[in-house]
Design a protein around this ligand. Sequence first.
Ligand code: AVJ
Ligand code: FE
Length: 490
Amino acid sequence: MTAGRSSETTETTETTGTTRTTKDMEGTRTMRETRHVQPRETISEPAPDERHSVIRAKAAAALETARRRSLALTDCLDDDQLLAQHSPLMSPLIWDLAHIGNQEDLWLVRRGGGRPALRPDLDPLYDAFRHPRADRPALPLLAPDAARRYVHDVRERALDVLDAADFEGGENPLLADGFVFGMIAQHEQQHDETMLATHQLRTGPAVLDAPAPPAAPHDAGGLPREVPVPAGPFTMGTSADPWALDNERPAHVVDVAGFWLDTVPVDNAAYADFIADGGYADPRWWHPDGWKHRQEADLAAPLFWERDGDTWLRRRFGRTEPVRLDQPVVHVSWYEADAYARWAGRRLPTEAEWEKAARHDPADGRSHRYPWGDADPGPEHANLGQRHLSPAPGGAYPAGAAPCGARQLIGDVWEWTASGFDPYPGFVAFPYREYSEVFFGPRYRVLRGGAFAADAVACRGTFRNWDHPIRRQIFAGFRTARDAAPEESR
Ligand code: AVJ
Ligand code: FE
């Protein structure tokens, strides 16, 4: 947050004294939601008189950052490439661009601003629920120039709505605290990440360029392999973060048993050891569904890896390069992450464990927005925003470390958790069921923390991503955990 008096918002939850027991995917661990303890999270807020101009500036900047990214990802390719389907898993890039504009028109201009639709005829074409990705290339899509004009014209109207908006939201809850502007900026950035995944799947000469991520700091070699997170309750989710999406709400207290967490995400060297040890050939390590999938899909290494004698090469945005052993592994499915963890004698962390490690500060007993506290993410904290086109080596970003000592919880790679995608107690769909609610259930697994491909506006300690456990075109890696022994967990 920018200037302004900092005030602490403490969430209150009704005292019910009830506890609910939840189990993770495999039912190996239980956690209690302790509803009689007040959630404690810290959010800084500007002084009331500055509030409106701070929200307006923040919204305008977030929309502008997203648009610069969307255009960079589409201006670098010719029309044929923009209309082509580079993988059956993905949309044509130009579909994403026009869909971004269409959602902005629908939610921000119409529902937020109360203005008429710019092109209501486009709604069915760019409705993600009407057309699966595989069918999108055959639709009568806007040509690239028309799509660019459309998103530009919608944006002009969106900025008019922003100028006039009353962020008290008395009339319209979408406008409260500028939520709909934050939601639409996050939506665009999520599609920018999806478009970057399409670029990674695309074959042909490289068109994207970015500076290399920072090297590992001097202390990286001396970091402990794992860090302890002591037993006890913490505040999970948020009721105070104005731009948090519906599935992150509300704040609630969860009691977590003591556990140990990898200090950094699993790196390519460790993952290559798993491969070399025959990990892909041994059903002992695999979830039964994962083993079946491993055989059917003939998995043998992360997506985009290929053998080169005794070593590994990988394709990255159109360039082939040696696999960097000190970087977090990326482009693995949940099944592969789960198998690796079992091979290593460990397990994936639950979603609650991950969030406790990332947000809970034992020094003040509160949950913060980020591992490093409540300050907005800067380039010293985390590898975000497609500033670099790869994860940074393990141990990077010491300024972004969590109170428990874990690094790179935010940025670099999304981290698979053991957990299915479930609503928090008291969940209310907002503003539409198709963002989160229709996906709840065990068929998806939750990912946390964001990747180099994700933008800061769509990434925080409470942010929840989800995907099918077989997916690996996303920028997903993982870290592992283990239960603390009874004498370790106080
Ligand atoms: C939250 C990343 C799973 O891409 O399917 C974009 C985000 N929702 N448009 C997705 C989203 C609607 C969503 N994920
Ligand atoms: Fe979308």
